[in-house]
Design a protein around this ligand. Sequence first.
Ligand SMILES: C[S@@+](CC[C@H](N)C(=O)[O-])C[C@H]1O[C@@H](n2cnc3c(N)ncnc32)[C@H](O)[C@@H]1O
Length: 251
Amino acid sequence: MKLPAYDRMGVGYTEVRRADPRIEARIHRALGEARVVLNVGAGAGSYEPLDREVIAVEPSPVMIAQRPPEVARAIQAVAEDLPLDDNSVDATMGVFTLHHWDDVERGLAEVLRVTRRRIAFVTLDLDATADMWLCRDYLPEIVEHDRRVFPTIERLGELLPGLRIEPLPVPAGCTDGFCVALWDRPEAHLDPEVRRASSIWHQLPDEVSARGLERLRGDLESGEWGRRHGELRTRSELDVGLRLVVAELVQ
Ligand SMILES: C[S@@+](CC[C@H](N)C(=O)[O-])C[C@H]1O[C@@H](n2cnc3c(N)ncnc32)[C@H](O)[C@@H]1O
């Protein structure tokens, strides 16, 4: 197994990326009655249910080391080669992980092999994300990059039978500070500690990020951001392209 990228990017992850309770409630509802749940790309344990048996699979030791004592112990492995028997879990969940896999097709074939009833992933529909102010006005390079690594929603529909796509609006003040979750807090993007916890800032060339962020800083200082987007600060949630995709394996 090659050195997981999150051994570099995952340092300090849990300080910025705390599971948001409103997103968590939607994920747990999607798991239905499942008693044994696989969390693939489990990271530091965000969004894992505590009231069911969880099998956590995660390749990065740096992420595994940040798992709090109350969550399941993680197995160090990748989605593409799950160390689990056929039909051994009721449901599989995966949050913000598909775009990190080397081979989504193989990983989802593995998930289908081990899962009996239900599969629920949180991912992005980049056609919608492209409209979010940060991507549209400052850094279109974010979506250009992400289109190379995220499976499209259409492709997921081909790989997972009977896929249901549910919009997952991001609440204002979302406690999970992934990049586009900060739609209501533009200043947060200027904080290097916040950026460090989202992989996109490790993947864009430094000069590209610096150019977009300098324009954002200028627009915040001049009041231009407020004139164009200030109304967002009064909203309770926004669709930034987050999607809960759910496959039912038994009807
Ligand atoms: C953005 S983090 C999300 C972690 C956690 N699910 C959460 O919501 O906080 C993405 C995770 O996917 C993991 N990952 C990367 N490649 C993977 C693979 N091939 N199979 C499974 N997980 C992988 C990374 O190590 C990282 O922990």
